[in-house]
Design a protein around this ligand. Structure first.
Ligand code: LLP
Length: 415
């Protein structure tokens, strides 16, 4: 559930009309709802109650400092995949001791920075990375808390680009290799074996794959116990899907209950790393209709936002719901492609939509909070949008619209 609702014909963000926000801050505009973020964080917290746990918000889904700060104040930990994300967490007031660090390509200097900040756990993804962590830990004279990311060969039944738990994905190591590597790591006094980590994919709309993965991780946990290796947490990653169209994903509590049930008798904390489910529906992207035209059989609605601000439809063919921020009582509904100003044919927000729009209308792209702003670019030298967060009847700028000079400030002309 979110706090973007119609009152009469008008879409509101909490207590504010989104058309007023568009007028005040301009478009394209990312509008976040603090109450929705809060609600989602509580939903995850509540669903893991009764067992020691850490909910680590996946920063890659939305890395705005204000969003991280809201989550930190609610007690969240963070899942990061780069030094930059760790620096964001710290800048936003997050606690490095609640940070887990995943990713197949962490550089030596990134590992050094993470260990120097005292993060909770490094989720190691290869044998060679173990060697780098040992080298850095010895150099810093610290004991590095580590987990291995296990790739359990479970099909998350999602888009192939966001499936990560199959044997032909680059992520993690198999259970067999993990078993060997844990024994190797156990011999190193500069490593503390802290957990077992796993993340099988994103936008999962069924709870079955994560149950299958949990069972495989528990089997590894027991195998490790049998050789005297005891971990203190099991991290089942992120991946819970959201409703973009007519998907019916489990709720956080439906998703977590079977994991909790399976882990309840083990002496471990549960970590999870939700990104999308936390933030997708806590945000709409507002765009203005600029022009309309017919080409051949197609009617095009041309807006001032596109793949530069929201790349998901172009990259994954994702469906994003597009709504009129004010519903018309007159006019007619037409079948149209909603497109942007970028010079690419895959610059669309939605294809074959039924909309009744007039030029100047504000459209709202729902579910824009996850992998929206964080994947945006300045392609075609278009400025990154302004972002605001609504809290009740107040709105706060959480990212100023870029200036053109911002875009090229790091570029230099020869001589
Ligand atoms: N943990 C790890 C290690 C991850 O790689 C990811 C996402 C998450 C947690 C969070 O997953 P979530 O709860 O958000 O599903 N750009 C794509 C999604 C890429 C997901 C990458 N990894 C999209 O827009 O659909």
């Amino acid at each position: 559930m979110d706090y973007f609702n119609f009152k009469g014909n008008e879409l509101f963000a909490e207590d504010l009309k989104v058309t007023e926000l568009a007028k005040q801050f301009g478009t394209p505009l990312y509008v976040y709802s603090k109450a929705t973020l809060t609600r989602h964080m509580h939903a995850f917290e509540d669903s893991l109650n009764g067992k020691k746990h850490l909910v680590c918000f996946a920063v890659k889904a939305c890395s705005n400092l204000a969003v991280i700060n809201v989550m930190a104040k609610l007690g969240a930990g963070f899942d990061i995949v780069s030094e930059g994300e760790l620096r964001r967490v710290i800048a936003a007031g997050g606690d490095p001791k609640k940070v887990v660090y995943s990713g197949v390509g962490k550089s030596e200097s990134e590992i050094e920075f993470a260990l120097s900040q005292g993060i909770n756990c490094l989720n190691i993804e290869s044998e060679e990375e173990i060697d780098t962590v040992i080298k850095v830990a010895k150099k810093l004279n610290v004991v590095a808390p580590v987990a291995l990311r296990v790739n359990p060969g479970v099909d998350a039944k999602t888009h192939p680009y966001i499936s990560t738990g199959l044997k032909n994905n680059k992520f993690g190591v198999s259970e067999e290799i993990a078993f060997e590597l844990y024994q190797k790591m156990a011999k190193e006094s500069c490593l503390k074996i802290s957990g077992i980590d796993c993340h099988i994919g994103s936008q999962m709309t069924s709870g079955m794959p994560i149950i299958e993965a949990t069972d495989k991780i528990i089997a590894l946990y027991n195998k490790l116990l049998a050789v005297g290796i005891k971990v203190d947490h099991i991290d089942m990653g992120g991946g819970l899907g959201v409703t973009y169209d007519n998907e019916t994903p489990p709720t956080p509590s439906e998703y977590c209950a079977p994991i909790l049930e399976r882990l309840k008798d083990l002496d471990v904390a549960i970590y999870i790393e939700p990104g999308r489910a936390m933030v997708a529906n806590a945000c709409v992207l507002l765009a203005k209709v600029q022009y309309q035209k017919d080409n051949g059989d197609k009617h095009f609605v041309i807006t001032d936002t596109g793949m530069n601000d929201m790349i998901r439809p172009a990259l994954y063919g994702s469906w994003m719901t597009i709504l009129n921020a004010v519903k018309h009582e007159d006019g007619e509904t037409v079948l149209c492609d909603v497109v942007g100003p970028i010079c690419e044919s895959d610059d669309f927000l939605g294809k074959d939509r039924k909309l009744n729009v007039k030029n100047g209308d504000i459209l709202a792209v729902r579910g824009a909070g996850a992998y929206g702003s964080s994947m945006s670019s300045t392609y075609n030298t278009r400025r990154l949008p302004c972002e605001i967060m609504v809290d009740g009847d107040k709105s706060y700028v959480i990212k100023k619209r870029q200036t053109y000079e911002d875009i090229w400030k790091d570029e230099c002309i020869l001589g």
